[in-house]
Design a protein around this ligand. Structure first.
Ligand SMILES: NC(=O)c1ccc[n+]([C@@H]2O[C@H](COP(=O)([O-])OP(=O)(O)OC[C@H]3O[C@@H](n4cnc5c(N)ncnc54)[C@H](O)[C@@H]3O)[C@@H](O)[C@H]2O)c1
Length: 333
């Protein structure tokens, strides 16, 4: 099976592609390489904006995955206009073009951030979504656009992922567990902005498994799926990171608790993903920290800007322009 992964050079893609190659898939990546390229050498590379992909480019693929866009709140808030272009329009354009090219399945990297600020109940995929901030709104717009294209010939799967954490060759230290781990080791202390807030946490290994299950699901399967390793309060995440670092590395880690308002608070049910995709997470916060400890020498240059999406994006922003729209054939310049 031949797969095209747009945004595959990012944090999730770099881990996913290693697993897909092990399973015998042929994988090509279309990416702008904002954060460099840490992909295995067997990966086919297309160094281009996904807006430049045509039906001709996509016609030989069985499935297309969207892992691109601006992947966190700070990037989305730094440039709301680019956020809506790259997070809402881009997945819609790619899903539309892939369908026209005869691709059989499209898999979209959605996010639990679409749930916004919820009451403290477990949310499944049928519950209302209500985010009020650029990132969450744009992820929902992308999701709605791609789900609209689903029919008997074209399967569409959206994975609403919790906050991913753990080690990837394209490392990020701006994700909750990874950030706390860095602070524990670099500063000897973790700051918790709001201990009461709920977040679904997703180990990167479980995230990769969810994509594999989606790729390998029966062709009739489509739909939206919550994907998480577990639901935690931010306070509990901090306690578990501290305990694991102290027990495994013998370091003393302090905790500072603040009470900063947050626009996100949600916990999700993954029953649908278990029952339909056979997605069974294997990890928890403790095992994510174990994975980080195992690889810590590979990213202990803690302040390398490449590990922080917003820092790289700010330095690149002036060169990231909205795509130049091609003139339709026959229209004079
Ligand atoms: N990381 C998380 O915790 C998380 C959680 C939920 C959802 N998601 C979603 O999953 C996806 C992947 O997340 P990630 O953490 O791997 O992101 P990332 O920021 O590490 O990688 C994104 C990649 O997309 C590329 N890219 C962006 N726009 C592009 C375009 N128009 N054309 C070609 N390439 C483009 C970038 O160069 C980068 O390599 C994103 O859509 C994100 O919104 C991530």
């Amino acid at each position: 099976m031949r797969l095209l992964i747009a945004g595959g050079a990012g944090y999730i893609g770099s881990a996913l592609i290693t697993r897909l190659l092990e399973r015998g898939y042929l994988v090509d990546v279309a990416d702008l390489f904002w954060f460099g390229n840490c992909l295995p050498p067997e990966t086919g590379l297309l160094n281009k904006d996904l807006f430049d992909l045509t039906t001709e480019d996509l016609k030989d693929y069985d499935q297309v995955l969207f892992l691109a866009g601006l992947s966190n709140d700070p990037m989305a808030e730094y440039s709301p206009s680019k956020n809506f272009v790259y997070n809402a329009a881009a997945p819609a354009y790619l899903a539309y073009t892939a369908k026209k090219a005869g691709v059989r399945r499209y898999i979209y990297a959605s996010s639990c951030s679409v749930y916004g600020y919820t009451v403290n109940e477990l949310y499944d995929e049928t519950r209302p979504v209500a985010s009020s901030y650029p990132y969450g709104i744009s992820k929902l717009q992308g999701e709605q656009a791609v789900m609209n294209l689903l029919d008997d010939e074209y399967s569409v799967i959206a994975l609403r992922k919790g906050t991913v954490s753990g080690y990837s060759a394209r490392m990020r230290l701006d994700l909750i567990v990874n950030t706390m781990f860095k602070c524990a080791l670099r500063d000897g202390a973790i700051t918790i902005d709001n201990p009461t807030i709920w977040r679904p946490i997703l180990a990167i290994d479980d995230a990769v498994t969810a994509y594999v299950r989606a790729i390998e699901a029966h062709e009739e399967i489509s739909g939206i799926f919550n994907i998480a390793s577990g639901n935690y309060t931010v306070g509990e995440v901090g306690d578990q990171v501290k305990a694991e670092v102290e027990e495994r590395l013998g370091a003393k880690v302090g905790l500072t608790i603040r009470h900063v308002q947050d626009v996100r608070n949600y916990k999700v049910s993954i029953e649908k993903a278990k029952n339909v995709l056979s997605f069974h997470p294997r990890h928890d916060v403790r095992s994510i920290v174990g994975d980080l400890i195992k690889h810590k020498n590979e990213f202990s240059d803690w302040d390398n800007p490449a590990y922080y999406n917003i820092r790289m994006f700010q330095s690149l922003a002036s060169s990231i322009t909205a795509p130049v729209l091609a003139k339709p054939a026959g229209v004079a310049a």
